[in-house]
Design a protein around this ligand. Structure first.
Ligand SMILES: Cc1cc2nc3c(=O)[nH]c(=O)nc-3n(C[C@H](O)[C@H](O)[C@H](O)COP(=O)(O)O)c2cc1C
Length: 254
């Protein structure tokens, strides 16, 4: 289970007049989101002794934006459910979805399902059926959101493509739907615009770009590829303002 939080840090003004679907507001239950770029749960193995540390507060606050939805890393629900060392854990007998919903209200509970995962030799023989059943039950409980990961990306014409196989679950689930798995800015905008999902969560991109929603505000540079302005779309792209970006060990693909 992951904890979630809605946070309050200023986003910069939009510097492009066109609508960016990922950056449109969305009402998720009682939470008024200002954009649809969600931090995916990312295990970072820095919770010594299974207890989140002060540096986790720095990490999550770096990724906080006004009205943004952050999902924290997976929190183990039993001492046998710790897949990695130094991950957070809370274990009491009352940790199944219905019990949590009864305690805090279903409108404050979200669930992530990864039916297509085949990680560490763990896979299901009929993931569609299993996930379909779970999505129906989650709808019955009335949980706030259902967050699902796409199957592994397929290589089509030499390029990686998101399979987009979550539609049946999105249509069956009656709350907020969050899609994840291989999305970038363009794909995220497309699926929000099409109504394939309400929100998109980003893992690796958000990990390496703490200001990801802000970066998504940059206008699509296609329109300025071949224009003649000596500045716009040419020399006006912003740099990261963190000096550490220039150090030897930052940003290198090792
Ligand atoms: C470092 C790292 C840790 C992750 N930890 C978890 C996790 O604990 N629980 C989980 O459900 N997914 C976890 N994921 C998967 C991400 O939440 C996400 O679904 C995945 O990275 C695909 O999205 P992306 O293509 O935007 O990165 C992790 C991914 C990464 C890269």
């Amino acid at each position: 289970m992951a904890m979630e939080t809605t946070t309050t840090t200023e986003l910069p003004a939009d510097n492009n007049n066109s609508v960016i679907p990922l950056l449109t507001p969305y009402k998720m239950g009682e939470f008024q989101l200002q954009h649809r770029v969600v931090l995916a749960p990312l295990t970072r193995q820095r919770s010594y002794g299974n207890v989140p540390q002060p540096h986790a507060a720095v990490y999550y606050s770096q990724r906080a934006t006004r009205g943004g939805h952050l999902i924290t890393e997976a929190t183990g629900v039993s001492n046998t459910a710790q897949g990695y060392t130094d991950t957070p854990g809370v274990w009491t007998p009352q940790q199944v979805v219905r019990a949590v919903a009864a305690e805090v209200g279903a409108g404050r509970v979200g669930v992530r399902l990864s039916p297509f995962t085949d990680y560490m030799d763990c896979h299901d023989s009929d993931p569609e059926a299993l996930a379909g059943y779970l999505v129906d039950r989650l709808s019955d409980v009335g949980v706030l959101y259902c967050h699902m990961i796409e199957p592994r990306m397929a290589i089509v014409d030499g390029r990686r493509q998101i399979p987009h196989r979550l539609r049946p679950f999105r249509e069956a689930f009656r709350g907020t739907f969050i899609a994840a798995g291989g999305y970038d800015r363009a794909e995220g905008n497309k699926v929000v615009e099409e109504g394939y999902t309400d929100l998109v969560s980003y893992g690796r991109l958000f990990l390496a770009n703490p200001d990801l929603p802000r970066r998504f505000r940059l206008p699509d540079n296609r329109t300025t590829f071949y224009t003649s302005d000596p500045v716009v779309g040419y020399t006006d792209y912003p740099f990261l303002d963190d000096d550490a970006a220039d150090s030897d060990d930052a940003g290198a693909d090792k």
